[in-house]
Design a protein around this ligand. Structure first.
Ligand code: NAG
Ligand code: NAG
Ligand code: NAG
Ligand code: NAG
Ligand code: NAG
Length: 325
């Protein structure tokens, strides 16, 4: 079944002639009351017609893939480049979708001027200015902000926080600082087991944390069986949860077996969100396999020709409460 072809048919045929089976599958509708989202990329937004077609019709929330990352949006001190991110915000408005802001505190994709030569006081001033200027610019236009991104160490439990400029200069105060500057925005993102204790501690200390995003860049066949339980325990702390960067890496040619497994993996992740009352959205990190940050992984629900893959139908099934493929 070709979604783009069906759109054309639905638009051209008189209503009475359109067979019921020709009704296109629109994931943003099936996801309700949750949001179905994608990372949007201005390189392709208006320059690849088939991409534009899919991204205009299937999603109800967008995250800028790179356009709001520090090196892109504040490349020089107090000199902001809002243009590309504004383009995505306007696009989202034009298709009735919401926006996630992404992100304020991360160890990667920083401009050269944010480096170890800054004193803690200078870095603090830069962080506060960065967060408040961007939030002022987008006030009223962002559904949730990923305030913090990937700050929990991969070497947990030996190490709680990642070693980056933020933890080097601010230690344990790094995350509370960013959250405090962003108060008025809504959401924070990070991931891992240690995060649970960190989040619990933050809430006990009155740090303004509202939600946790789970990235979910998985390898084929390796979706943790505990994903729903994990979402649930954060929800039970009184936090909203979201799947924020989902893709499933096939790590090889996409034969029928791999595509079937990928569909099952997508179903498992989306179903985990559907089974968690406080899970507000599922966002895929990109749209089609040709425009992913992972080349040759066939990681997304649409193929390079922007045709829906088995994963697309599995996502639809999960949102509709149908069993796994
Ligand atoms: C490090 O940051 C300082 C202050 O922003 C800047 O003057 C300096 O050029 C930066 N160093 C590098 C190697 O970019
Ligand atoms: C944690 O430290 C212990 C003892 O030094 C070591 O055996 C273990 O491999 C470390 N774990 C990680 C994930 O680094
Ligand atoms: C299908 O693809 C997977 C993943 O790339 C690979 O491991 C497997 O060997 C392939 N199977 C066939 C029959 O080609
Ligand atoms: C868009 O995605 C491509 C990868 O396909 C990446 O190289 C490029 O930097 C992205 N563009 C933006 C503006 O994020
Ligand atoms: C766009 O979609 C059409 C119809 O499915 C297809 O024939 C064409 O090859 C696609 N173009 C690109 C650049 O992917």
């Amino acid at each position: 079944m070709k979604v783009s072809t069906l759109f054309a048919a639905a638009a051209l045929l008189p209503f009475a002639l359109a067979a019921p089976s020709a009704k296109p599958i629109i994931l943003r509708d099936l996801a309700k009351p949750r949001f179905f989202g994608a990372a949007a990329n201005t390189t392709f937004l208006f320059n690849d017609k088939n991409y534009t077609n899919v991204i205009s019709t299937q999603f109800s929330i967008f995250t800028p893939e790179n356009e709001m990352k520090w090196e892109s949006i504040e490349p020089e001190p107090d000199s902001f480049t809002f243009g590309p991110a504004d383009e995505i915000v306007r696009f989202a408005e034009s298709v009735g979708a919401k926006m996630r802001g992404h992100n304020f505190m991360w160890g990667n994709q920083l401009p050269p001027w944010v480096n170890a030569s800054l004193t803690a006081t200078e870095l603090d001033k830069a962080l506060k200015n960065h967060i408040t200027t961007i939030m002022d610019h987008y006030r009223g236009k962002i559904y949730a902000w990923d305030v913090i991104n990937e700050m929990i160490s991969d070497n947990t439990p030996n190490e709680t926080f990642k070693d980056n400029i933020w933890t080097q200069k601010f230690g344990e105060e790094a995350m509370p600082k960013a959250l405090a500057y962003a108060r008025g925005g809504q959401t924070a993102q990070a991931l891992s087991d240690t995060l649970y204790n960190v989040a619990k501690g933050f809430l006990a200390d009155g740090v303004p944390l509202d939600a946790i995003g789970f990235q979910c860049h998985f390898t084929l066949g390796q979706v943790p069986s505990t994903l729903q339980q994990n979402l649930q325990r954060f929800a039970d702390l009184g936090l909203d949860v979201a799947i924020t960067e989902l893709d499933i890496n096939i790590h090889g040619p996409a034969n029928a077996t791999a595509l079937a497994q990928q569909a099952q993996d997508y179903w498992t992740v989306v179903d985990a969100c559907v089974q968690t009352q406080r899970c507000v959205s599922v966002s895929v990190w990109g749209v089609s396999d040709d425009h992913s940050w992972i080349p040759n992984g066939a990681v997304l629900p649409w193929d390079a020709e922007k045709q829906p893959k088995p994963a697309f139908y599995a996502i639809a099934d999960a949102f509709e409460g149908k069993p796994e493929p």
